[in-house]
Design a protein around this ligand. Sequence first.
Ligand SMILES: C[S@@+](CC[C@H](N)C(=O)[O-])C[C@H]1O[C@@H](n2cnc3c(N)ncnc32)[C@H](O)[C@@H]1O
Length: 168
Amino acid sequence: MGDNLKYMIGNDKDSIFIGCEPFLNGIANFLATLKERDQNRVKIFDKDVRILLSLLPKKFFSKIIILFPDPWTKRRHRKRRLFNKININLFLEALKKDGEIYFGTDVEDYFSEVKNFFLYNNKNYKIENERNFHSLPDLLSETKYSKKSLKKTTIPKYLVIKKKVDIL
Ligand SMILES: C[S@@+](CC[C@H](N)C(=O)[O-])C[C@H]1O[C@@H](n2cnc3c(N)ncnc32)[C@H](O)[C@@H]1O
């Protein structure tokens, strides 16, 4: 529904944003509320984000936000997770040096898998919010799925990762 995208656009009047979502209802909902003055600096890509990443140059984004990707909790479905070991590298390649990835999920093993990836690669990446994974980073807003999660017993967790090197 673009909840967080709307929030970021409202707080940052200079940046250019790309929202990515193949689900047309979500896009329609977002576009209906996009203010005319912001239309020139917001692009929507309505297909798989991996296609978008393959079309753009490397080191393109200063921030990439991945909030509550589909959890695929069954073990046999885990390889379908968007932020898995293979796709993670596509996102990292697309990020500038000193760029940041924001990742949020309420699935504990999804969170630890991603966190461990970055701990293991700590020469190249730094976890910025090491002391507090539970609080919503300042840059972000609640989303439809973070609110759903807060209504259940699950607690959303967030990772903020900075790319330290000029490789990839
Ligand atoms: C669980 S919803 C979370 C939506 C929103 N980020 C939130 O926090 O409320 C996951 C969303 O990711 C989208 N999605 C799934 N796979 C995708 C992909 N490969 N590329 C782009 N979007 C994808 C789905 O269409 C769905 O809208």
